[in-house]
Ligand binder design. Structure first.
Ligand code: GRF
Length: 212
């Protein structure tokens, strides 16, 4: 693999939802644990909590509709627009944190080994199309496994399939529902994502990646 260390790379976060992982990255940067600044947040949902969180911290937060309606309204190619925004903001690393859209090959080509995703379950077993949010935790409970936990991986053109960078085990408790498991896994996600970014892209050795 190529050298990925950039000291303090400019990071963009793509998020479709509430943005608690985005918040964990912003907090890690603000308290000095993550050298890399979050310089841009893009969401395919105008009302995503992630956009609101970014704005509260003075980070440019932009909605880019990617669905059929956006195309019908002739807003141009949304993937080209995303790429243009990333270039305008001189982004060096792209983090998908709850981004529910398949990544365009053009973006992957522009950021080789610089697009990462956080998934709320073990991969490859609990990943793939349709495996997001509570669906992942429901599948974990249905499988009867004793441990789950988030996985961070490099992104390729298929859902949840790129090389794994880090995984943290989170126990599945006998009384768990998908919701209680989701909350426990999410806490681990918040401790994991900034550590992977720092370890892989910030020219910094943290040792093994463990949740806080
Ligand atoms: C997280 O569970 C993440 O693993 C998955 O989507 C969820 C996003 O949560 N890809 P949030 O928007 O960061 O709170």
């Amino acid at each position: 693999m190529s050298d990925t260390r950039l000291e303090a790379p400019r990071v963009a976060v793509l998020a479709s939802g509430g943005g608690s992982n985005l918040q964990a990255l912003i907090d890690a940067h603000e308290r000095g644990d993550l050298p890399a600044p979050i310089v841009l947040v893009i969401s395919n949902r105008a009302k995503a909590g992630a956009l609101e969180r970014a704005r509260r911290h003075g980070i440019p937060a932009i909605h880019v509709g990617v669905g059929r309606r956006a195309r019908r309204q002739d807003h141009g190619d949304p993937h080209a627009r995303i790429l243009e925004l990333l270039r305008e903001h001189r982004v060096e690393v792209v983090v998908l944190a709850g981004w529910l859209v398949l990544v365009d090959p053009g973006l992957l080509a522009a950021f080789p080994e610089r697009v990462i995703n956080i998934h709320p379950g073990p991969l490859p077993r609990f990943g793939g199309k349709g495996m997001y949010g509570l669906h992942v935790h429901e599948a974990v409970l249905a499988a009867g496994v004793k441990s789950s936990g988030p996985t961070v991986h490099l992104v390729n053109e298929r859902y949840d399939e790129g090389p794994i960078l880090a995984h943290v085990e989170v126990p599945v408790e006998p009384e768990d529902t998908a919701e209680t498991l989701q909350r426990r896994v999410l806490r681990a996600e918040h401790g994991l994502l900034w550590r992977v970014l720092r370890e892989r892209y910030c020219g910094d050795e943290l040792g093994s990646v463990e949740p806080s």
